[in-house]
Design a protein around this ligand. Structure first.
Ligand SMILES: CC(=O)SCCNC(=O)CCNC(=O)[C@H](O)C(C)(C)COP(=O)(O)OP(=O)(O)OC[C@H]1O[C@@H](n2cnc3c(N)ncnc32)[C@H](O)[C@@H]1OP(=O)(O)O
Length: 206
């Protein structure tokens, strides 16, 4: 993957991970600029970058990646960015394993050690975090986050903005509604149709 230059929006912990991936991809520091809409973060240092104030005038036609872990916030910023005519840049760490027969949506981030298997499809601006597994034929909607170490069996579907917590396991063919949170370490064995939080083994609504 070749990235000529890129603007990142968001400067929290997830941005550190994205910067690490850009370094691993060989993107030079000077080709990267980091912005934040939160005034309290402007002027702070993140890695080798000083965080700049988000100014829409600077964004038109640029490659942009939204580095915000929270799914709702990432969706909100993403729709603002889209109106500015930016390209949402997909970033795949060189040590992620992505099947040639998987489809990765625009603006999605795939972290080191993640596996996206054959005929899996991710939506727009998803996060497939460290060492997670999105197995064959999974379908992720837009703004989904698969947290570190979570495993989705074959043909799982995950609705808009849902979070699969760290180390959770989703059994094959299970369907997850939009705006669901699956707690860290949960094992989800059947479909969930209600937007709610589910925890435990087997996972139950809380
Ligand atoms: C790189 C990164 O860091 S990516 C970030 C990835 N993030 C995650 O994986 C976080 C996932 N989030 C969780 O697991 C959270 O604990 C949630 C969303 C399930 C619940 O969070 P909250 O709504 O704040 O709930 P809260 O902490 O008040 O707990 C509510 C109850 O659920 C229990 N509970 C919370 N999380 C879990 C869990 N993962 N498994 C089992 N029980 C849990 C609590 O013990 C508590 O039980 P109680 O009422 O009997 O005391």
């Amino acid at each position: 993957m070749h990235i000529e230059s890129i603007r990142l929006v968001g400067s929290g912990g997830h941005a550190l991970v994205v910067l690490d991936s850009l370094a691993a991809l060989g993107v030079p520091t000077e080709a990267i600029a980091v912005f934040d809409q939160n005034d309290a973060r402007v002027g702070h240092q993140i890695g080798e970058h000083k965080v700049q104030a988000f100014d829409p005038a600077n964004f038109s036609g640029r490659a942009v990646h939204i580095c915000i872990g929270d799914n709702k916030a990432r969706e909100r910023v993403s729709s603002e960015i889209a109106k500015l005519g930016c390209n949402l840049q997909t970033i795949i760490h060189p040590r992620a394993i992505v099947s040639a027969r998987a489809v990765i949506g625009e603006g999605t981030f795939v972290a080191a050690g993640a596996i996206v298997s054959a005929q899996a499809v991710t939506g727009k601006s998803c996060i497939i975090n460290h060492a997670s597994v999105v197995d064959h034929e999974c379908i992720l909607s837009d703004f989904v986050h698969i947290a570190p170490g979570a495993t989705l069996g074959g043909a799982v579907s995950v609705g808009h903005r849902s979070l699969i917590g760290a180390g959770a396991n989703i059994l094959p063919r299970v369907a997850i509604a939009p705006d669901v949170t699956i707690g860290a370490g949960a094992v989800l064995i059947k479909n969930v149709t209600e937007s709610a939080v589910y925890v435990g083994v087997p996972a139950k609504k809380v």
